[in-house]
Design a protein around this ligand. Sequence first.
Ligand SMILES: N[C@@H](CCC(=O)N[C@@H](CS)C(=O)NCC(=O)O)C(=O)O
Length: 213
Amino acid sequence: MLKIYGHFMSMPTNKVRLCVSYLELPHEYIHVDLQAGEQLKPEYLETNPAGRVPAIDDSGFKLSQSDAINKYLCALSGPSSFYPPEPQEQAVVNQWADMGSHHVMQAMARVFFNKIVCKLLGQEPDAASITTGENMLARDLPLINSQLQENIHLAGDHITLADINLQAALEPADMCGIDLSEYAAIAKWRAELMRQEFYQRVHAHFASEMNET
Ligand SMILES: N[C@@H](CCC(=O)N[C@@H](CS)C(=O)NCC(=O)O)C(=O)O
């Protein structure tokens, strides 16, 4: 049985959870308590020696790094429009998937860590890092918005891995006070994605999960 290790506040974990849910691959989800340091315990380090989430254990095959995991899950699931096998179609999906994983998620991570996680950890937030993150978002979200004005999904007509990455990266936007309504095409795309069953299966809403803890 495929085991997925993660934490609900981890955007890379949510990428993997959304992907496995979309692909409907049978799996067991295991919460790793990062605040308690479970990621550094010897039994977890056997799964991911880097001591981070997410990671998977597929009947002894161990893998970390959310992007590598998601591509493995797509390969397991078989060719489909979600991660097309044709080289140029796949390259376009990768291009937008990387935009979500690297630029948007890196930007949001700065804002989320300093506005939300620091409070939970009792640490002083870094205001300059929040500003950098917000500036990074202001640079890339207009381009993404234009892409979604012209296409139903990031890489064209079909939902792909790229949409999953962007959604996971934008998940903390509301709780971080980032107003996406000025990006009307992103807001519409996001609302529609969050209505879908595969999304609802993972979490009714990121913020409500936070409040339950
Ligand atoms: N590039 C990695 C990032 C993984 C990562 O940084 N995970 C964080 C949570 S979002 C973590 O496990 N932190 C725990 C720690 O550093 O001790 C991926 O995409 O999987």
